[in-house]
Ligand binder design. Structure first.
Ligand code: PCD
Ligand SMILES: [Cu+]
Length: 806
């Protein structure tokens, strides 16, 4: 029995509820090697698949000879597009409304595209057989540069779309054009620009990069032909959606498909989409009647699964001479590769890029995005940035620095001057969003005071003078960024995936002894959901977090949900969790009233149970109520204590933050040192401060990688030149700077517990902060913008161009 005579603080501490730095319960398993990842799944008679991939980025496939591979002992089957056509699966739909080849059908469109799928008794035989498949290619002209994609004589990439002038998102202007998406008032914006006292215009390219999770993509498909049941284990960030898609594609009834996401070794957006490996494994298992496992290697992961970014953003700001921004205009050229497999809600071909007006009160704006095909891998995932938010924030935060320079103003001051003010919330933005809450100035001032911003600027001036005198070879850069994120997709009225609204869910079942299990439609990939959802429930229900199990990722048991990405778990499933708990609490209150023989309204909640108003010694603890739910419920009430909630959020949540970076750059080597990095995040109500800090550390480290060198690069011939960890920058503890974290708390007014997402924020906010620091180091020399990534070689090249080094 929990004893309600114990002091309040003690009872509260015992719950380990919201706000508690509860240690991650999942880490007991992870740190002891007891995780259960897809590759740990070993089934009787399981066989292994491996891909034949194209060495050419653009070529016609003249013929495929599989006979030598099939003759190799241990090889069971070799699938090609021709085989898949017999089951109508040579092509599959993408999340963006396009179609994508599962296996090369007549031609290939990017290097390492899947051409054939070999299935063998073991992984090694499969790899040997891959080498024995003979493919005859005829090379075609390659299109690498997106700026050339819509030239009249550009090579035709998608012959399957020949003559189609309409795509999934409206008219197509050219054979390599996918869509044009516009938002905002172009006339009013043009007017603002024609009247402006000052304007700036710059092309900001946000290069192609890749989430590169520790665990690559993988699956095991197991078809039980007797029962007609398909079980699919895989690295899925959205298991229910995979089940629905698998049912629609395979025509196996949805209740006969079970999708399980076991432990996932990092997702970061990479594991949202559907890949050919999943489809081929399913077909293989259906054909052979044996479980088929497919696990990518690192090169395959980096070169063929979904990339992120690749946005080229020509951005303009209009302002008064005093620095009040009056208009924003942006044109984006979006390089989607060979197929549009962008992972955004269906109606948003450029994600939430229209958050580009950022944290500023900009009266008028216009955005146009053109998506084009090139001979590169398909994708376009969030990579810790919820649907193109990081691109938008990058453009805005660089542009405001460029404007500050032109106005001869301090970039932090210019931001303060243009912030949306607290009393303007809920704030309708010029591009159609309604920001829920924010207090930007408080956050910005706290950041500036903590780092002694004025002192840093004085130090920078001194250092520049010392550089002039030849006393140092270093330049100091101060990067400022202030971002507003938009997470929690989302209201089902305008957010869906393949037609399914983006609600999320929680189902709670409480046992007689007061222990509980709760299941959600989301799936942790390392975020710590097992720890944090239990904390929400602990506070809401007065049951210790240690007594609550959290289960996700099995479609046979979890309620339908849209999965984890876009920092949506807290805003959507976190809300569902609180709502389901409140249904339970309402029933618990009726049971308590019955137990104490009072009217429900005479009870008040106190941490872990109810007290009779005015008679505080008369109590019913939650533990007692749970027992009573199974033997002493009021007449006409059903026994048991269970609830489910499907939560459709009324709006997104808008976390924000102020970041400051201090960097020293050696002009002779181009090498940089991040001397200080301060990140203040406001994600509303904080569930677990320690997990938040970990999330911020992780996101900053990824942001650092992207800004300072991480890139998926192609040469002029379309070869991907960064497909292994020899060339792809993943920072280790050696390169990673020291992170200082801080916070303010501005709750979301529409979220039941006031929480906003946080997982993505640090990536969104830090990339422009690093890039602003680099650019700031050279700003006094007339530099307006240096393109990312800022690796040593590129910085050194800039120093050379500026005559700073020999
Ligand atoms: N206010 C608040 C918020 C939040 N939280 C926490 O934190 C985390 C997070 O959350 P969010 O923000 O809501 O998010 P989510 O949904 O859960 O998740 C997602 C994210 O998450 C991040 N993080 C991470 N981590 C890890 N470890 N891993 C991973 O993978 C990852 N990923 C990444 C990404 S990329 Mo995308 O997919 O691109 O779209 S998106 C993303 C969790 O645990 C929660 O609970 C708290 O505490 N509080
Ligand atoms: Cu994005």
């Amino acid at each position: 029995m929990n004893d309600m005579t114990v002091p309040r603080e003690e009872r509260e501490a015992k719950l380990e509820g919201m706000g508690c730095k509860r240690k991650r319960v999942e880490d007991v398993r992870f740190t002891q090697g007891k995780g259960n990842y897809v590759d740990d799944i070993k089934l009787k008679d399981m066989v292994f698949g491996d891909f034949v991939r194209s060495p050419y980025p653009h070529a016609r496939v003249k013929s495929i000879d599989t006979s030598a591979a099939e003759a190799l002992p241990g090889v069971l089957a070799v699938l090609t597009a021709e085989t898949l056509k017999t089951v109508n699966l040579a092509w599959m739909p993408t999340l963006a409304g396009d179609v994508q080849m599962v296996l090369a059908d007549g031609k290939v469109l990017f290097q390492n595209q899947e051409v054939a799928f070999v299935i063998a008794e073991d992984r090694y035989i499969a790899a040997d057989a891959v080498d024995l498949v003979e493919v005859e290619y005829e090379e075609l002209p390659v299109l690498v540069d997106p700026f050339k994609a819509m030239e009249p004589d550009a090579p035709v990439l998608r012959e399957d779309l020949e003559g189609k002038t309409e795509g999934a998102h409206g008219a197509r202007k050219h054979h390599n054009h996918i869509f044009e998406w516009t938002v905002g008032d172009s006339e009013a914006t043009d007017l603002a620009f024609s009247k402006a006292e000052v304007t700036v215009k710059e092309l900001f390219s946000y290069h192609r990069c890749h989430p590169c999770p520790l665990e690559t993509c993988a699956c095991v498909a197991s078809m039980d032909k007797i029962k007609g049941e398909l079980t699919l284990w895989g690295t899925f960030q959205a298991p229910h959606v995979v089940r629905t898609v698998a049912s629609l594609l395979s025509t196996i009834p949805e209740h006969k498909i079970r999708v399980i996401s076991p432990d996932i070794g990092g997702g970061f957006g990479n594991k949202v989409g559907v890949y050919p490996g999943y489809v081929c494994s399913i077909v293989g298992s259906i054909v052979l009647g044996r479980p088929v496992k497919w696990v990518e290697d690192r090169i395959e992961n980096l070169s063929a699964t979904a990339f992120a970014r690749d946005y080229h953003m020509t951005t303009e700001l209009a302002a008064t001479a005093e620095g009040k921004i009056t208009g924003l205009r942006c044109h984006v050229l979006a390089d989607h590769g060979g197929f549009d497999a962008c992972a955004d809600p269906s109606k948003w071909p450029a994600g939430f890029f229209n958050i580009i007006t950022g944290s500023y009160d900009i009266p008028t704006a216009h955005v146009a995005v053109d998506g084009v095909y090139t001979n590169k891998a398909p994708g376009g995932v969030a990579y810790r940035c919820s649907f193109r938010v990081t691109e938008a924030v990058y453009a805005m935060e660089r542009a405001i620095d460029v404007l500050a320079r032109k106005l001869n103003m301090d970039p932090a001051e210019l931001r303060l001057k243009n912030f949306i003010r607290p009393e303007q919330f809920p704030y309708p933005s010029a591009l159609g969003w309604e920001y829920d809450s924010g207090d930007y100035e408080t956050a910005m001032r706290k950041a500036m005071e903590t780092v002694d911003y004025a002192g840093l600027r004085a130090e920078q001036a001194e250092k520049r003078a010392a550089f002039e005198r030849g006393e140092t070879r270093e330049l100091m850069g101060i990067g400022v960024s202030f971002f507003t994120e938009i997470v929690g997709a989302g209201p089902t009225r305008n957010c869906d995936i393949l037609g399914i609204g983006m609600f999320d869910s929680c189902e709670i079942r409480i046992h007689p002894t007061g222990a509980a299990i709760a299941r959600m439609g989301t799936i942790s990939q390392g975020q710590g959901h097992q720890t944090t959802y239990a904390q929400i429930l602990a506070t809401e229900l007065g049951i210790p977090a240690d007594m609550i199990d959290i289960e996700e990722g099995d479609t046979d048991t979890a309620p339908y949900g849209l999965g984890t990405y876009g920092s949506r778990s807290t805003p959507v499933a976190g809300a569902a969790t609180a709502m389901a708990a409140r249904k339970i609490k309402a029933k618990a209150q009726m049971i308590a009233a019955h137990m104490l023989e009072v009217h429900e309204d005479d009870l008040e909640w106190d941490v872990d149970g109810f007290r009779v108003k005015g008679l505080p010694e008369k109590t019913a603890s939650m533990k007692e109520i749970c027992w009573a739910a199974y033997n002493n419920v009021p007449p006409n009430m059903e026994p048991g204590l269970e609830a489910v909630s499907y939560y459709d959020p009324p709006n997104m949540t808008y976390p924000f933050g102020a970041y400051i970076c201090v960097m020293d750059i050696d002009v002779d080597t181009g090498a940089h040192k991040v001397r200080r990095f301060y990140a203040l995040d406001d994600c509303g109500t904080r569930i677990n401060p320690m997990i938040i800090e970990g999330q911020v550390h992780g996101g900053l480290t990824e942001g650092y990688a992207i800004a300072m060198g991480q890139e998926i690069a192609y040469d002029d011939m379309g070869n991907v030149t960064t497909a292994s960890l020899m060339d792809f920058f993943l920072p280790t503890a050696v390169e990673t700077p020291f992170w200082e974290t801080d916070w303010t708390v501005t709750p979301s007014p529409h979220h039941p517990i006031g929480a906003k997402g946080v997982g993505e924020s640090p990536n969104v906010g830090s990339v422009p902060c690093f890039s602003n620091a680099v650019n700031d180091a050279f700003a006094h020399l007339g530099v307006t913008h240096i393109q990312m990534p800022h690796d040593n070689w590129r910085i050194w090249r800039e120093c050379k161009r500026l005559g700073l080094t020999g």
